[in-house]
Ligand binder design. Sequence first.
Ligand code: DGL
Length: 277
Amino acid sequence: MYPTAAGPIGIFDSGYGGLTVLSAIKRVMPQYDYLYLGDNARAPYGGRSFETVYQFTREAVEWFFARGCHLVILACNTASAKALRTIQQRDLPLIDPQRRVLGVIRPTTERIADLTSTGHIGVLGTEGTIQSHSYQMEICKLHPQFTVTGEACPMWVPLVENREHDKPGADYFVRQHLERLMARDPLIDTLILGCTHYPLLLEKIQQYLPTGMKFVTQGNYVADSLSDYLVRHPEMDAKCTKAGSVNYYTTDTSDKFSQLASLFLQEDVDAKQIKLG
Ligand code: DGL
């Protein structure tokens, strides 16, 4: 029922955050075609229920499939935490068993062992991501001896989406969560920025943590993992077109998206508005 010809790779986020992932993916694999979709009209996803995040994400995945994508990356931790498994295990076998949907949590956790000396890992994320315990579970599968402490930072996405992330007011919210996290586990030496918006706050985050702290931003890990996936799956690679194009879509007004996306990507973006659901 969906187009069978080769198509672009779909990149999905609730809003702008996935652009930090897209930007790294484009750097590593500029030859592919990409469709980016931000569900800005319904963002943020961070405080929403499992059912809602799942339903919104599934609608987005079906939209990508209808646009010819065979491979979709959920460049959103909240969607990866709350919707990915159900979509992979329950929906895909029914919708189209040949198509794939991948998330950002697994590729991130696969690399932390190279970074930590103490085995104590901090995870910063939205309420949804932290409450799901997805990072703890994924890390525990690979490294049961590690201690993982999560801290939900509900104000951080709105700070970024409202372009307040580099203003002095942001310091209060950044410091508050970092102090709380480090008080709960002072041995943390590696910090996962488990939300694709947070790389924009990295400079401020670094100011409030001891030197020597290792920071895990996801873009490069996800990009390397995707590149590796396509080498290991030539049948999927053959279904991904390669003309180096990127097309941007949003569920909210395209003017606002284009403006803010240009800030994230440092290049001109011309987005189109679509409707989901
Ligand atoms: N960027 C999304 C993430 O990585 C969260 C944004 C939101 O709350 O919608 O979790």
